[in-house]
Design a protein around this ligand. Sequence first.
Ligand code: NAP
Length: 297
Amino acid sequence: MTGRSIDGKAIAARVRAEVADAVKQLPGQPALAVVLVGDDPASHVYVASKGKATIEAGMRSVEIRLPTDTTQDDLIAKVALLSADNDIDGILVQLPLPKHISEPAVLAALDPLKDVDGLTEASAGKLVLGKPGLRPCTPVGCVILARTERPDLTGANVVVIGRSILVGKPAALLFLEQNATVTIAHSKTRDLRMVCRGADILVAAVGRPEMVRGDWIRPGAIVIDVGTNRVPAPEKGEGKTKLVGDVHFAEAIKVAAAVSPSPGGVGPMTIACLLRNTVLAACARRGWPVPEILAAG
Ligand code: NAP
């Protein structure tokens, strides 16, 4: 048996097209501000592609690039300024921040109504309480990918490997909202392989290259690979690297009904969901009706 490879790029393109349609229906143009501190090359690439996608969706993109030696107080002041700026609808602080800056301290300065990454305490609290709010982008992307394969997740056994604030915990809560039966596994979980084999839907958010092997997967399961790990790729030449997921794709696709690859699965969904959140944030804050095309899901 060979499963399907879930085409995250195509599904993300669909979400982005929906966002662009929704933007056309709004009485004004939403704006997304992305703040980047430091010179991490990968972060610069992410920020540039977020800015490009924002403009392509018909929204205004504001990029703020600050030097590595920016102080915590200066960054907090910048985020507070953006929070108070009525023309800005969404704020994303690109993580990770340089070591001398406390992420929670910076996130505390962010207006929860503009928290398009869904990372503030207020957003996390709303998720736990089941109240409407801005949900973290990557976990929302995981749920959308799983639902393209299985639209009704009621009663599905979901195993999420990883319990980070960014991915694992919110992913587990979002699958719970879909009436799935959710298990959260982590580094202290006993017999992880057997826990995973119980999953109808297996979400790997660990950060360990190709840790999930074929025999960890129940035949016919859906596998969502969140991991992005850079590993040596001697086949591409000396000193070259490549990105791989947390799932051994070649083994997984032989057992599962469907596998989201990494790269090309969850990654593109994260940006699409960020754009979606920006529209939702603008509507909530400005009192605009949410366009029907985004209201459903
Ligand atoms: P993280 O904060 O490092 O969390 C990793 C989680 O995996 C922790 O909960 C940890 O358990 C668990 N873990 C580590 N080793 C394990 C093991 N041997 N067995 C079982 N569980 C283990 O990472 P993260 O921020 O959640 O990110 C996870 C992965 O997703 C990374 O590869 C990251 O690059 C990727 N990611 C991708 C996107 C995207 O848009 N595609 C977005 C965000 C993250 P403990 O809590 O017990 O330590």
